[in-house]
Design a protein around this ligand. Sequence first.
Ligand code: CA
Ligand code: CA
Length: 180
Amino acid sequence: MGAYKQRLLGLFDSMDSDRNGVLVWDDFQRVIDRQDASAPQAKAYEDFIRAYWNIVDPSDRGRDGNYDGTISKEEFLVYAEKKRIGTTPETSDLGPMANAAFTFMDTAGTGAISKTQFQDYLTARNVRAEYAEEAFRRLSTNKETITAKDVLTGLHTFFTSPDPTPEHSVWVDTLFPAQS
Ligand SMILES: [Ca+2]
Ligand SMILES: [Ca+2]
């Protein structure tokens, strides 16, 4: 199996919170409910999960191939390949999710994430310091901050690239529940 499929199936498993092999809204609600609702970025994280649901939601029949109201792994992969491979970040369906991810990581709310802020965000989530540094180097276009556009480009790369470790995507992993 290619790195791309493995990466997407890892993402599928991390969101399949009842481990029954299909995605429905309850899986996403459970991820929201497991957050500490009083944490500073709890609302921003909920917005991110809702934005992610919007590109999974089986009520879009193009995603739910067998019309059973749930998204299977196969449907998840087929839709991702059909809809995203060959798009640009701007023409993909990832814009709202990327904006929500940016807002979540922009803990100071300044509209641009500084290098220190980004590295602190990652190391607080158990990413090793050298990986955090490398992730910043790869993701930041201007080498001083991470912009919303950088996050969109990085997320698009994560969802479309055949590269085993696209853009050093440790930061993407921090956005989703850890797989147990
Ligand atoms: Ca499930
Ligand atoms: Ca289905």
